[in-house]
Design a protein around this ligand. Structure first.
Ligand code: 13P
Ligand code: SF4
Length: 305
């Protein structure tokens, strides 16, 4: 069944000059048929540079919107219209405008996990992979507003010793990971290295060895001599980690770390998306202009790790 579906997807992909981009949290079958699998930054870079006419985005809505902003002449398809990101929904453009009004001189840094409307109000976007480098590059005498992830924001503050005004948003999936989960995993696997995503809370961060975006995790493991890793992020990433490093061991921190939205896309939905051109994601022109500038500044800054 899967084989037939994959064949049909590949034929249509060719006919439509389409490219399939998938986030590291997608189900394994979807990751396996993608032309590019990556983190938010890597996917944005791919969306900006592809020559394909159609981008099938296997991720969540803000990612497809990002692709539409960066490639306004291409058709961007999100195979599941209801794949949203609860963290991105934790701040609206109205709320950000009010915050900006109270701090008119502040620079606004928006995590890429935001709606297009919110991005249009930001001076810069960042991902978890380049937040440190991006904030560090900003003038030291400027106040910074950071939205919407309070844990990523606090991580940046602690690493750079630089105050910021942070919005109290968070990722409900990463919030399920606790410090006790890390303690238990370390007790059971004392030789394993703990890699955690910066969307995790401070309790998890305090006990982790490395804070990395999903793309950084993939790169770090490839070049590391360590054999065993405790993975504190959404468990979909273990598919690619295992495929690329068959001799290494990956321990999911908790089976609870599953993003229900990322799991909504299936092979069938990818096929229907190509067959029926759905669901087309568009961003109004007046929003695209500012949001694109903020995103392009993000793409220029690559993470050091
Ligand atoms: P990265 O893949 O950029 O690390 O982001 C994780 C995430 O939660 C995306 O929604
Ligand atoms: Fe949003 Fe969290 Fe899911 Fe990422 S893992 S898409 S931040 S809810």
């Amino acid at each position: 069944m899967s084989k037939e579906l994959i064949e049909k997807i590949n034929i249509l992909k060719e006919q439509k000059n389409a490219v399939i981009l998938a986030h590291n949290y997608q189900i394994g079958e979807v990751q396996d048929i993608a032309d590019f699998v990556g983190d938010s930054l890597g996917l944005s870079v791919q969306a900006a540079k592809t020559n394909a006419e159609t981008i099938v985005f296997c991720g969540v809505l803000f990612m497809a919107e990002t692709a539409a902003i960066l490639s306004p002449d291409k058709t961007v398809l999100l195979p599941e219209l209801h794949a949203g990101c609860p963290m991105a929904d934790m701040i609206t453009a109205k709320q950000l405008q009010e915050l900006k009004n109270s701090h008119p001189d502040a620079l606004v840094v928006g995590y890429v996990n935001t709606s297009a409307e919110v991005k249009a109000l930001c001076d810069y976007c960042c991902t978890s992979g380049n937040a440190l480098e991006l904030v560090d590059s900003l003038p030291k005498d400027k106040q910074i507003i950071f939205v919407p992830d309070k844990y990523l924001g606090q991580y940046v503050i602690d690493e750079l010793h630089r105050e910021m005004i942070i919005w109290p948003g968070y990722c409900p999936t990463h919030a399920k990971i606790t410090g006790d989960d890390v303690k238990n995993a370390k007790t059971q696997h004392p030789d394993a290295l703990v890699m955690a995503h910066p969307e995790c809370n401070e309790g998890v961060r305090a006990l982790s060895d490395k804070m990395l975006s999903t793309g950084q995790m993939i790169n770090f493991v490839k070049t590391s001599d360590i054999q065993s890793f405790i993975v504190a992020t959404e468990i979909g990433i273990i598919h690619t980690l295992g495929k690329q490093n068959p001799d290494k061991q990956f321990i999911p921190i908790t089976a609870k770390a599953i993003c229900p939205n990322m799991k909504k896309i299936t092979l069938e939905k990818v096929l229907w998306s190509l067959q029926d051109n759905k669901h087309v994601v568009t961003v109004p022109e007046n929003i695209t202009k500012n949001a694109k500038t903020a995103l392009e500044k993000m793409i220029e800054i690559l993470p050091k790790t």
